[in-house]
Design a protein around this ligand. Structure first.
Ligand SMILES: NC(=O)C1=CN([C@@H]2O[C@H](COP(=O)(O)OP(=O)(O)OC[C@H]3O[C@@H](n4cnc5c(N)ncnc54)[C@H](OP(=O)(O)O)[C@@H]3O)[C@@H](O)[C@H]2O)C=CC1
Ligand SMILES: CC(C)CCC[C@@H](C)[C@H]1CC[C@H]2C3=C(CC[C@]12C)[C@@]1(C)CCC(=O)[C@@H](C)[C@@H]1CC3
Length: 347
């Protein structure tokens, strides 16, 4: 491993540590860029699964922020062993992680329903449809090597395991840590089922995983606030990234961009650029975590004139369901640990 990769703030170092998963592209990369502009004294750790892409992203950031203190970390949040190894590496590198942006996420092979789009267009649901994408998309999903649903593992459980394995460096006495999840307004209660929380049965694994994220946020705050760890969820709005290029090819998005600018006059959720989409994530960086409301989602918004701002909306989650789900995740964690102990898989 390169020397610069192991170098990180030590006990005597006052620099705040900011770790971003999925930092090499889209919203994650724009977030890194904006946080460095906000505070060039931080230590930024870009946690990515592909080190070639990570190196390229780091070089890009160092061009715009010469002298920025950036390190790379290899993590595949879709793989249990990779998460455990990455957490171990983080615990060795840092005494304390101040901000943990859980941003890596996937939507597998989305299918767009033109029929549902046209019928919503002519109904009263049109605003909700543009804001949440409700009813327009179905996706595929498959199993990981660990035998879990890929979307659930990547968007939810891998990050949950990361938090659990980072406990010693998160939220110490007099020194809080903030966890920020990139969730979505596409999170929908009706897509989520406590008895099938991995969403192995349906075709809306993305909606389900983002609803699971919102529930988990509530559970984490309940269990960790007293230890100085605070969790928040954000929706960046509709942003054109590799994720949305899986719905339509880039050329088609480019062709409909003027229409989307027009829609933005009525819909503040069409943030469109990764820079705009990170507004709420960057805003959270400047907030006292104790002042945040665990029951709301913070939304990045862009006006018709292109001005960015942050709003919030109450989430459709209840504390009891959040607690049951939290306990289910703890059980699953125990089960996966037991399995790796039995198979002796400690790689
Ligand atoms: N774009 C949008 O409109 C919206 C996006 N979001 C959320 O924003 C987040 C970022 O997505 P976005 O920037 O749009 O899309 P991108 O595809 O551009 O970014 C996703 C990032 O996550 C990384 N990633 C994916 N799977 C893994 C994995 N198993 N381990 C580690 N990293 C992984 C990707 O790495 P790699 O490059 O190697 O694939 C990439 O860096 C996601 O959580 C998404 O759900 C929420 C609302 C709207
Ligand atoms: C604007 C065009 C004329 C038509 C575009 C129709 C749809 C492809 C989009 C309308 C609302 C969009 C949307 C998303 C994807 C693309 C749409 C369905 C998301 C589901 C993407 C991922 C997210 O996390 C959500 C926040 C988006 C919500 C809106």
């Amino acid at each position: 491993m390169a020397a610069e990769e192991v170098a990180g703030p030590r006990a005597t170092d006052a620099r705040r540590v900011v770790l971003v998963t999925g930092a090499n592209s889209g919203i994650g990369l724009a977030l890194c860029e904006r946080i460095l502009s906000e505070d060039n004294q931080i230590h930024l750790c870009m946690a990515c699964r592909n080190m070639q892409k990570a190196e390229a992203a780091k070089s890009e950031l160092q061009l715009s922020h010469p002298g920025a203190d950036i390190s790379l970390l290899k993590i595949d949040v879709g793989n249990i062993n990779s998460v455990i190894q990455a957490a171990q590496e983080i615990r060795q590198r840092y005494q304390h992680v101040d901000y943990l942006y859980l941003n890596a996420g996937i939507m597998l092979n989305p299918h767009f329903s033109l029929k549902a789009f046209l019928s919503s267009l002519l109904s009263r649901k049109v605003f909700t449809m543009f804001q949440t994408g409700e009813g327009l998309l179905t996706q595929e999903d498959w199993l990981t090597d660990d035998g879990l649903q890929q979307v659930f593992m990547t968007n939810v459980f891998g990050h949950f395991l990361l938090i659990r394995n980072l406990e010693p460096v998160l939220g110490q006495a007099g020194c809080t840590s903030q966890v920020v999840w990139t969730s979505s307004s596409n999170a929908r209660k009706s897509a989520f089922n406590l008895t099938d929380y991995q969403h192995s049965q349906g075709q809306e694994s993305y909606s389900s995983s983002k609803y699971a994220t919102d529930l988990l946020n509530v559970g984490l705050n309940k269990h960790y606030n007293s230890k100085g760890l605070f969790s928040s969820v954000v929706c960046p709005g509709l942003v054109l990234t590799n994720l949305t290029y899986g719905i339509f090819p880039p050329v088609l998005w480019t062709l409909i961009t003027p229409i989307m600018w027009l829609i933005r006059v009525f819909m503040n959720s069409f943030t469109l650029s990764p820079y705009n989409g990170t507004e709420a994530l960057v805003w959270l960086f400047t907030q006292k975590p104790e002042s945040l409301d665990p029951m709301v989602k913070y939304l990045s918004c862009t006006s018709g004139f292109g001005n960015n701002y942050v709003t919030s909306c109450k989430m459709d989650v209840d504390v009891e369901t959040a607690e049951i789900f939290y306990q289910e995740l703890l059980k699953l964690e125990g089960k996966m640990k037991e399995k790796s102990d039995v198979t002796g898989d400690h790689s």
